[in-house]
Design a protein around this ligand. Structure first.
Ligand code: 4NP
Length: 150
């Protein structure tokens, strides 16, 4: 079974949303993969996803049940097959932490999925439309990712 870790900065907006969307789409297709998410910072450790992310995702039918923020740890680089970053900064931060033998596992989520955009913009300091954009990008990328690895 393939194992995927999705990583953003705080693990309260983009990567938990990615986890919820990708899990739902994998279940819909009957694809058995392990999906988790984490942040490059630990400031929000133990917290549920941001209320705005949850509200936007739940309006589209996604569940955030059981998702709790945690920072990336060293074991993640060995354990997961693919470690997919939301933006370039997240990817650079991961590469700093990652033992060199696992660096090939790290990519941008959108580039890896094959959609034309490369970064998932951080919605944290913006308005509601930022959260909708995150969902639009993640739905498109998750479909393509599952076409590719499913
Ligand atoms: P995320 O969003 O990386 O998509 O979870 C953010 C969460 C927290 C902060 C910034 C972005 N922050 O500055 O605490």
């Amino acid at each position: 079974m393939k194992k995927i870790l999705i990583v953003c900065l705080g693990n309260i907006c983009r990567s938990p949303t990615a986890e919820a969307v990708l899990k739902a789409k994998a279940i819909e297709r009957g694809i058995n993969i392990e999906i988790d998410s984490a942040g490059t910072i630990s400031n929000h450790r133990g917290k549920s996803p941001d209320k705005r992310s949850q509200a936007a995702g739940e309006r589209r039918g996604y569940s955030f049940e059981g998702i709790v923020s945690r920072p990336v740890n060293t074991n993640d680089f060995e354990y997961f097959d693919y470690i997919l970053a939301a933006d370039q900064q997240n990817k650079s931060d991961l590469l700093v932490q990652c033992p060199p033998q696992y660096a090939h596992k790290i990519a941008l989520f959108l580039e890896f999925s094959g959609v034309e955009e490369s970064e998932i913009p951080d919605p944290y300091y913006g308005g509601e439309q930022g959260f909708e954009l995150v969902l639009n990008l993640l739905e498109k990328a998750s479909d393509q990712l599952l076409d590719k690895i499913g």
